[in-house]
Design a protein around this ligand. Sequence first.
Ligand code: G1P
Length: 270
Amino acid sequence: MIKQAIIPLAGLGTRLLPITSVLPKELLPINGKPALEYILDECVDAGIKEFIFVISSKKMMIKKYFYNDLFFKKILKEKKNKDLKSKYLKIKKLKKMIKFVYQNTPRGTGDAVLKCKKLIKSKHFLMLLPDDLIIKKNCSNSMIRLHKKYKSSVIASKRVRAKDVSRWGIFKIKKFSRNNFLIKDVVEKPTANLAPSKYAVIGRYILPTKIFKILKNQKPGKNGEIHITDAIKKLIYNKEKFIGHIFAGKYLDCGTMNGYINSTLEISRS
Ligand code: G1P
């Protein structure tokens, strides 16, 4: 059963500067709600019971968002605002589900996941990258169903344009149904001539705890970071079964300014 989700939140958000020099990108509002809460809602809806947030001392504002009870209680005492009360109660409920782990040097997604090792209780867990919003259909839910059916690890995927492959992790695939494929290999941000397909890694992963052992011994890869992609590659070479799932929902990229602006427009329209 997948009941725990790791969310790496220690990234510097350089693609969204200057705003991220003071405000964590995950708290930027989309239609009145922080981007991060869309991810949490997706998870809760998919049956997740515990979140592990990997934050850094620079991103304590994320913790504060969930730990501001005194402030809310004071305001709610003065103003009997039903809408605010229900929003506060939701945050309070989420707070009880969150554990915090610290990654003060941004050494990559693989390093962030490794930091959660001691907290993971079952053989597989979900990991979500907060830049990647998927709306209209619950991607985590579909992936958990696939995991149960095939007893395998699962990663979300989307077909991208040939000229954009170097922005993503790219899969080598063997399709076995319209929306699912076996992952034969994965390469982090390849140049167009080295990309094994046009199917990109999108930030939803169901991973086995076996990955911790690999991450522990993993040397830094591209740009000196410990990439989760490199650890997944090794697991695939060790014959671990990984399925790629071409999700049905709409993908919104919240990691760049253009993407963020577009996400706010798309969500307010939907
Ligand atoms: C990360 C992963 C990459 C994946 C992407 C999805 O890259 O390393 O494999 O395709 O997320 O958003 P980042 O966005 O951190 O550069």
